[in-house]
Design a protein around this ligand. Structure first.
Ligand code: SAM
Length: 275
């Protein structure tokens, strides 16, 4: 059993090795100003945002603080990207002298977002690293999704606040809103009537403390209906065995109960020892 300090060192070494492969982490370390992020966010940034590198995109970050992440994103996306910062703190305006566009306003103010969208036009990516209350996250999503182009995305950070007190009324926590999107997306299935009409978001991607809403209206508008690549010839159809297994559930009851218990446990490693 390693000493506590050794354990910590081991974890840190792993983190350093993993982050040394991260393009966004390199951009973060290269920023000349302070930025405050969590280590687990960099692999998520790489997975979500690498496709935009070197492109003339419009990128919006809510939450400027000390300005460091504005430079990080410029490092990451390259000089062709238009980088816009949003913050409630008027002091953030100082970063305009470095070529960033800065808008001062509150992310929980729908009128601010209306004016912002009129002024800025359509954008590719919005990253919310602002105040992290449920209302701020939900109002930001509802006010900005329409303004994101197909192929773009809205990324909400610090979604762990949904498990914490002091970030709003828990009955409307942000992850409940995300799950509402799971229902919205699945309600497009052709046999469900009526299907709902909100077809902005094609998919959701979930990371630790981060949720990405991938915007793609054409893909979201594909009508859900059954299809064959080529129908089987008459008399050639394979028999569908989907309800044929009547015994294995009863035969393996103990093992399956264990699997279900593991499947619905959060703070527990799986125990799959069949003995
Ligand atoms: C976590 S910090 C941003 C960190 C920064 N992105 C970085 O990487 O260092 C949060 C920022 O959100 C801003 N903020 C808090 N509430 C806000 C609101 N309602 N509207 C806009 N900005 C807000 C704060 O002023 C603060 O600068």
């Amino acid at each position: 059993m390693p000493e506590k300090n050794d354990q910590h060192k081991h974890t840190t070494d792993n983190v350093v090795a993993e982050l040394s492969r991260s393009e966004s982490y390199a951009a973060y370390l290269g920023s000349p100003e302070p930025s405050f992020k969590h280590t687990t966010y960099f692999p998520a940034y790489d997975a979500l945002l690498s496709k935009f590198r070197g492109k003339p995109i419009t990128f919006v970050e809510i939450g400027v603080l000390n300005g460091g992440s504005l430079f990080m994103w410029r490092n990451f996306f390259g000089p062709a990207a238009r980088i816009i910062g949003v913050d409630l703190n008027p002091g953030a305006k100082q970063w305009e002298q470095h070529g960033f566009e800065i808008y001062i306003g509150s992310q929980q103010d729908p009128v601010f977002w209306q004016e912002f969208c009129e002024s800025v036009g359509q954008v590719n990516v919005v990253l919310d690293d602002g105040g992290h209350t449920y209302l701020q996250q939900i109002i930001t999503a509802e006010c900005l999704l329409d303004n994101i182009v197909d192929g773009g995305m809205l990324i909400i950070e610090d979604t762990h606040t949904s498990y914490m007190p002091d970030f709003g009324n828990n009955s409307i926590n942000f992850l409940k809103y995300v799950f509402q999107w799971v229902h919205k997306i699945n309600s497009r299935f052709g046999e469900f009537k009526p299907t709902q009409e909100d077809r902005r978001v094609f998919s959701l991607e979930i990371f630790e403390s981060i949720v990405a809403f991938k915007v793609d209206r054409p893909k979201s508008n594909i009508v859900s209906e059954p299809t064959w690549n080529k129908p089987p010839n008459d008399g050639d159809e394979a028999q569908d065995f989907r309800k044929a297994d009547k015994e294995s559930l009863a035969r393996n009851k103990t093992l399956i109960d264990q699997i279900l218990s593991d499947a619905f446990s959060i703070h527990k490693a799986p125990n799959r020892d069949p003995s």
